[in-house]
Design a protein around this ligand. Structure first.
Ligand code: TYD
Length: 391
């Protein structure tokens, strides 16, 4: 399925960059043999992850809390060794590793985007500004010894060479070490029709089946899975060296429920395609109708996900006046491809639109709790996951 010509999801830009914006074809495929759902073409890693990367984990209070709980769980379950060592692949601004650093646990964050890594360093995190691969794994193991835990969140699906990740992890992990990562879950995306999870950074949308198949050839076994509410439905995967740890019953249960959901069948993806098209047509009709009636429509959260929605639906500044976002690196810039102004939150707060498209729908609870004033002033939300509706 093609979502059409697509810019880089996090490449918020200034008008002088409009003319040389980078586009590629955002298209997905599913392999029935290894059960991998992935995008076909991906821009070069350096075009997405660099010294001006726009996504900072700390912009969501709920995510910071979530990573606190994640880190506590890792410490309680897997950091029993003397002087344990934890490595995070893609530590961003250090929201997760901070929970290890402040307890004096030996740690290292591997992060290719220099600006977010600098923010992590400011929070006392030891960082290595590079992409993770086997060579880096060798260097880290030689310097610091084997890792008791290698952790990641919303990162492993960003790396197209999954075999290189597996080789690096297999080299760096201690004999009884664990590799834990969590990512948006294929089962949730199919269930909710949340096609906006598909963008350049998300080269894979993983399932238990595909993770098992990808890491097994490298001697790594899926030993546990745990659904997570983050990013509209994620899955946490725990892997260990084959035979090193007991496999929890949850793994077989997830594989069985994926089969029941039809995640291995082509017709599931045919229905998903129709659902995406219907969602797009309904959203466009709703917004164009409101605009024709003279209503002001803005957006809430200049998410990476919104780049897919806006470009797939061909919605621009004539439809959506501005998008409010709390990230300074995105403010006073324009959305990739569709060139809608991104404004600081004060613009929303001080000048409520009639309707706001909830692009950060995965943070709905956090946002609705703090936007009671908007609703009280008569402001309405436009949601598009799982269905297009006004609320
Ligand atoms: P998010 O949905 O976490 O990620 P992605 O980019 O992976 O789709 O992005 C949330 C965006 O929404 C981020 O740019 C910060 C912004 N945001 C707000 O502006 N206000 C808020 O209250 C929250 C929670 C997020």
């Amino acid at each position: 399925m093609s979502f059409g010509r697509m810019p880089i999801a996090n490449a918020f830009l200034t008008p002088c960059q409009f003319n040389d914006e980078y586009f590629y074809d955002l298209a997905t495929a599913f392999c029935p043999a290894c059960e991998t759902f992935q995008i076909i073409d991906q821009p070069q890693a350096e075009q997405m992850f660099h010294e001006a990367y726009a996504f900072f984990t700390r912009t969501s209070r709920a995510m910071v809390d979530h990573f606190g709980v994640y880190a506590d769980w890792v410490q309680q379950k897997f950091m029993g060794a003397d002087d344990p060592f934890v490595v995070e692949i893609g530590c961003n601004d250090g929201a997760m590793l901070e929970n290890f650093a402040k307890r004096g646990i030996r740690h290292l964050g591997i992060e290719p985007s220099a600006n977010v890594a600098a923010e992590a360093a400011r929070h006392g995190i030891r960082t290595d500004v590079t992409f993770f691969n086997l060579e880096v794994a060798r260097r880290v193991r030689a310097q610091d010894g084997p890792a008791n835990a290698i952790i990641a969140a919303n990162v492993i699906c960003h790396i197209p060479d999954i075999n290189e990740v597996a080789r690096g992890v297999a080299h760096l992990l201690a004999t009884d070490g664990v590799f834990i990562f969590e990512e948006p879950y294929l089962g949730s995306m199919i269930e909710k029709g949340s096609y906006d999870q598909i963008y350049d950074e998300h080269v894979f949308i993983f399932s238990a089946g595909s993770v098992q198949n990808a890491f097994r050839p490298h001697g790594l076994e899926l030993i546990d899975v745990m659904p997570q509410p983050t990013h509209g439905g994620s899955m946490r995967y725990v892997l260990a060296r084959k035979g090193a740890r007991r496999v929890a019953p949850a793994v077989q249960q997830a594989i069985a429920s994926e089969a029941e959901q039809g995640l291995g069948r082509a017709d599931t993806y045919e229905s998903f395609r129709s659902r995406c098209e219907r969602s797009r047509d309904e959203l466009v009709k709703l917004i164009k109708g409101l605009r024709a009636d003279g209503r002001r429509v803005a957006g809430y959260g200049a998410t990476s996900k919104s780049t897919t929605v806006l470009n797939y639906c061909h919605l621009g500044p004539q439809d959506i006046e501005f998008i409010s976002d709390t990230t300074p690196a995105k403010q006073n810039k324009f959305t990739p491809g569709t060139h809608i102004p991104v404004m600081a939150y004060e613009k929303f707060f001080g000048n409520y639109p009639d309707y706001a498209v909830l692009f950060a729908w995965n943070h709905e609870a956090e946002i609705l709790a703090k936007e009671k004033g908007y609703a009280a002033a008569g402001g309405k939300w436009i949601k598009f996951v799982p269905e297009v509706k006004v609320a």
